[in-house]
Design a protein around this ligand. Structure first.
Ligand code: S3P
Length: 192
C-alpha cells in the first residue's frame, strides 16, 4: 500500500554495494522508459574534473560525501518541477551514498529506493579493477571488503522501499524484476 507521503517520490534511486550493477541497471531502465538518468559518480567526476579515486586521495572521503550530497540534490531536482508531468529520473547512487544521513533523508523524500542486493564474492567478481574503487583499495583484502559489505547490509535493507536480488540475474533480468516490484508496490506511475 502506498501512503500519502510516497506521492512526493518522483524519482527512482538504485542503491547497493559496489558491483551490484546500479549503473548498468539504471542505464537499462532509462533506455526502456525514455527516462533521464543520473549516475552520481559520473556527475561528481564531471563537475570536479577528476576521478573518484583522485577525489578520495586528494580531498578525502568526507569531501567526496559532500560532493555526493550536492550531486544527489541536483538529481532529485531534475527535471524542473515546473514541467507538467515530469518523468522520473533514474538515479544510480554510489555504494556509500546512504551512509550519509543527509543524503539518505533526501533520497527517502524524493525517490523510491531500490536496493540491488549482491553477495560480496559476486560483487568482487564483477569488478575487474579495484583501483577505480578507492574503498576497495583501502580495504586491501577480500576479507576486509566482505566486512565492509557486511557492515552496510542493515543500512541498505532499512533504506530500501524495494529490494531485488541480483546474484543469478543479468542486467535485463534485474531490470525486469525492478519493474515488476515497482508496479507491485504501486509505483507504476513513475514509469508511465
Ligand atoms: C563507494 C562506491 C563507489 C563510489 C566511491 C565510494 C562506496 O560507487 O561512489 O568509490 O562507498 O561504496 P559504486 O558503488 O558505483 O562503485
Amino acid at each position: 500500500m502506498v501512503d500519502a507521503s510516497s506521492e512526493n517520490k518522483r524519482h527512482i534511486a538504485l542503491i547497493g554495494f559496489m558491483g551490484a550493477g546500479k549503473s548498468c541497471v539504471a542505464r537499462e531502465l532509462a533506455k526502456r522508459y525514455g527516462c533521464d538518468r543520473i549516475d552520481l559518480d559520473d556527475y561528481i567526476e564531471e563537475r570536479a574534473g577528476k576521478s573518484v579515486t583522485d577525489i578520495f586521495q586528494q580531498d578525502g572521503e568526507q569531501r567526496f560525501r559532500q560532493m555526493e550530497l550536492d550531486a544527489l540534490r541536483a538529481a532529485l531536482d531534475y527535471p524542473a518541477t515546473t514541467q507538467v508531468k515530469p518523468k522520473a529520473t533514474i538515479i544510480a547512487c554510489g555504494g556509500g551514498t546512504v551512509t550519509n544521513p543527509e543524503s539518505l533523508a533526501l533520497l527517502r523524500q524524493g525517490a523510491v529506493i531500490v536496493y540491488l542486493a549482491v553477495q560480496p564474492e559476486r560483487a568482487l567478481a564483477r569488478i575487474n579493477d579495484w583501483t577505480t574503487r578507492p574503498l576497495l583499495t583501502q580495504a586491501g583484502s577480500v576479507d576486509a571488503v566482505y566486512a565492509l559489505a557486511q557492515s552496510r547490509l542493515a543500512l541498505y535493507e532499512a533504506a530500501s522501499d524495494i529490494s531485488v536480488n541480483t546474484d543469478k540475474r543479468d542486467i535485463d533480468e534485474v531490470a525486469d524484476c525492478v519493474v515488476t516490484r515497482l508496479r507491485e508496490a504501486g509505483y507504476a506511475r513513475l514509469l508511465a
